[in-house]
Design a protein around this ligand. Structure first.
Ligand code: ATP
Length: 319
């Protein structure tokens, strides 16, 4: 895990070679580009997940497998059910039907904090950093559930103190990695929107997750911090983590993802590599292309009206 490298100046952010990326992409060679396709080593497998709000079916996913060690983007028009799906998978919401396993273990019957302890955590579209707590206090809260969870640690103060010390050390390391260490004692409310997104991601990592779900991590973040965020997400993959992220910015999707899941009206309507997805006529029709609902999209860093959007041709990440 990357935490071990962090004490010595942080992970190799500038690393040109990305074995994690190569591994993830090689593992996906030969995987069918179709909804519900089987993956060689899925970390998450979901079946028959439905969530209705009154008469509206927000999520209706027959089968979904998320490849381990890869970055999977979840894209789709507004209201497609992406956030609701994240809420369900991490038990922030309850479906009408469905079952899913994480690392082969059923998630049913567990609550959100227990799911986090299993190793699956999420961040939110609107950051949840508690503005009247300092940055370090927010980080320490991210470890909730670790603290005092062992019976003997609760009884023996020195064990508890040791755990507290470890939590603080990890928080300090993560803050350093995200370059938030100078803001350590500032109120989270005084951070910029982008810095709060970084804090949110750093806080999610407090529980040493294996799968991180990021809901629109780049939304509202200025270009300089966007790069930093993308670099951090790529580094998670290098450190062996699996990432799922909801994103509308197709540049970001193409830049960092190994696999793309497209949702429409609650269903998974397509899956594939970024190149396959951007050339998929159904996806162009449903989301990327002329029939999109008039929203403005970002292509190659420029905002254009949706009906001007051809399947984007974007520069690939430097190998
Ligand atoms: N708590 C709720 N009560 C009623 N309807 C809801 C609720 N949460 C979501 N919905 C509806 O479910 C549908 C899916 O919403 P969701 O937020 O999951 O979409 P999304 O794909 O994440 O959209 P966006 O890209 O705009 O964030 C929408 O029609 C939304 O209005």
């Amino acid at each position: 895990m990357y935490a071990d490298d962090m004490g010595t100046g942080g992970p190799a952010e500038a690393a040109v070679d990305r074995p994690g990326r190569r591994r993830a992409q090689e593992a996906l060679v030969g995987v069918a580009s179709e909804p519900g396709s089987a993956k060689p080593d899925p970390i998450l497998v979901a079946d028959n997940v439905t969530r209705r709000f009154g008469g509206l079916t927000a999520v209706n996913v027959d089968h979904l497998e998320i490849p381990r060690g890869a970055i999977t983007a979840v894209i789709g028009p507004n209201g497609a059910g992406k956030t609701t799906m994240f809420n369900l998978l991490t038990k922030f919401d309850t479906p009408q039907t469905g079952s899913w396993t994480f690392n082969g273990q059923p998630v049913q019957g567990r609550r959100a904090h227990q799911v986090a302890r299993l190793g699956m955590v999420r961040t939110f579209q609107l950051t949840k950093a508690l503005s009247r707590l300092t940055v370090i206090e927010n980080m320490r809260l991210g470890a909730t559930g670790q603290r005092g969870e062992k019976f003997w640690a609760g009884l023996l103060p020195f064990l508890w103190e040791q755990q507290e010390r470890e939590i603080t050390e990890r928080a300090e390391e993560l803050l350093q990695w995200f370059k938030l260490d100078k803001m350590r004692d500032e109120f989270a409310g005084s951070l910029s929107g982008g810095q709060r997104k970084l804090l949110e991601m750093a806080r999610a990592l407090m529980v040493r997750p294996e799968l991180v779900l990021l809901d629109e991590p780049m939304a509202g973040v200025n270009p300089a911090l966007t790069q930093s965020l993308l670099t951090h997400v790529k580094q998670l993959r290098e450190d062996g983590m699996t990432v799922m992220f909801v994103e509308h910015d197709m540049d970001a999707v193409h830049d960092i993802s190994d696999w793309v899941v497209v949702m429409g009206e609650g269903r998974v309507i397509a899956e594939g590599t970024p190149d396959q997805i951007m050339a998929d006529q159904r996806v162009i029709d449903a989301y990327l292309g002329a029939h999109h609902d008039g929203a403005v999209k970002t292509v190659a860093g420029h905002d254009v009206a949706a009906d001007e959007v051809a399947p984007p041709k974007l520069d690939r990440e430097a190998e």
